[in-house]
Design a protein around this ligand. Structure first.
Ligand code: AN0
Ligand code: CP
Length: 315
């Protein structure tokens, strides 16, 4: 594997999953692999889990890790041929080229603008880094996808699924006071398509995700109906794709409550975090024994470690 920005970068996803689960049993098994190697994590947007779990993964592999808060640094220019006489002090071409000389792998977190759909969905910042850097690029959540999260979520589902039943996995929209990206949800669908599960999405009218990600997956606009018989409820808020980046009026209550969870087949509750309690999910659900949120967050380390391990082997 050269880069890790989306599922299609991974030749054998099942093997990557297996490696992540194996690393979890013995996280320090490959401590020599990363010796004298450096990963640089570049954050254009905030993070708690991704930042710490990725650093921990790098340390487990014996790598050095540099974290750079790019929101505090020079404003970068991404347009080709730009006359840089306003506020952007440095072009992506130099920035990516320079960082490539300091690091063997670059991780990048960059959220969408939520104003320009075409630009966001081209994931221009991430892929320009890929173009102008000379080392592998790992997505730490881009405008369209969050593959490290999806791999950790897949690990979690594998660990908790009943052995003899193909689980029904429901991705459910939930309310949120702010307009959020679609990346986590897009990516979850992308990865669940290669997992052995029955997948369904439920969201209010107007909130259907991009057809690029929902193709072949049933979309149910009645949340209660979708929850019937579910084994995993994966919850996430996202802003509208159709009315791009907007928060639309939703008359019904979409918060995940104990009542709704009773419609499921004793489903586990999942969320990538950070989560707004009693807006996205009721305390009683997230605090219940069926909540896997901390387990998911723990798996982020081993997902990142499996990805870094595969990239290090290819250097
Ligand atoms: C971000 C999002 O929805 O993409 C990060 C989630 C991992 N969430 C927030 O900004 C609350
Ligand atoms: N789930 C996740 O990626 O969390 P952070 O935004 O805190 O990294």
């Amino acid at each position: 594997m050269k880069h890790f920005t989306r599922l299609s970068d991974v030749k054998k996803p099942q093997k990557l999953l297996k490696n992540a689960l194996k690393l979890k049993q013995d996280p320090l098994a490959s401590q020599k692999l990363g010796k004298n190697k450096t990963i640089l994590l570049l954050f254009f947007n905030p993070s708690l889990r991704t930042r710490i779990s990725s650093e921990k993964a790098a340390l487990n592999l014996g790598m050095s890790c540099i974290v750079y808060d790019a929101s505090q640094g020079w404003k970068l220019e991404f347009e080709q041929g730009a006359v840089m006489n306003i506020d952007r002090a440095e072009h992506i071409r130099e920035a990516a080229g320079v960082i490539s000389q300091y690091a063997d792998i670059i991780g990048i977190r960059t959220f969408p603008s939520l104003t320009d759909r075409e630009k966001d969905y081209a994931d221009a910042i991430l892929y320009q880094f890929q173009e102008y850097a000379s080392v592998p690029i790992v997505s730490l959540e881009s405008a369209t996808r969050h593959p490290l999260q999806s791999l950790a979520d897949w690990m979690t589902i594998e660990e908790f699924r009943k052995k003899k039943k193909k689980p029904k996995v429901v991705l459910s929209w939930a309310p949120h006071p702010k307009a959020l990206p679609q990346a986590v949800s897009n990516s979850f669908l992308e990865w669940m398509k290669v997992a052995d599960v029955d997948l369904m999405v439920t969201n209010p009218e107007g909130y259907d995700l991009s057809p690029e990600f929902t193709a072949g997956i049933p979309i149910e606009h009645d949340q209660r109906k979708a929850f019937e018989g579910a084994d995993f409820i994966y919850t996430k808020n996202w802003s509208s794709f159709e009315q791009y980046g907007q928060r639309l009026e939703v008359p019904e209550d979409w918060t995940i409550t104990p009542d709704k969870m009773k419609l499921t087949d004793k489903a586990y509750f999942m969320h990538c975090l950070p989560v707004r309690r009693n807006v996205v999910v009721a305390d009683k659900v997230i605090d219940s024994k069926r909540s896997l949120v901390l387990h998911q967050a723990n798996n982020r380390t081993y997902a990142a470690q499996a990805v870094m391990q595969e990239i290090l082997k290819s250097l």
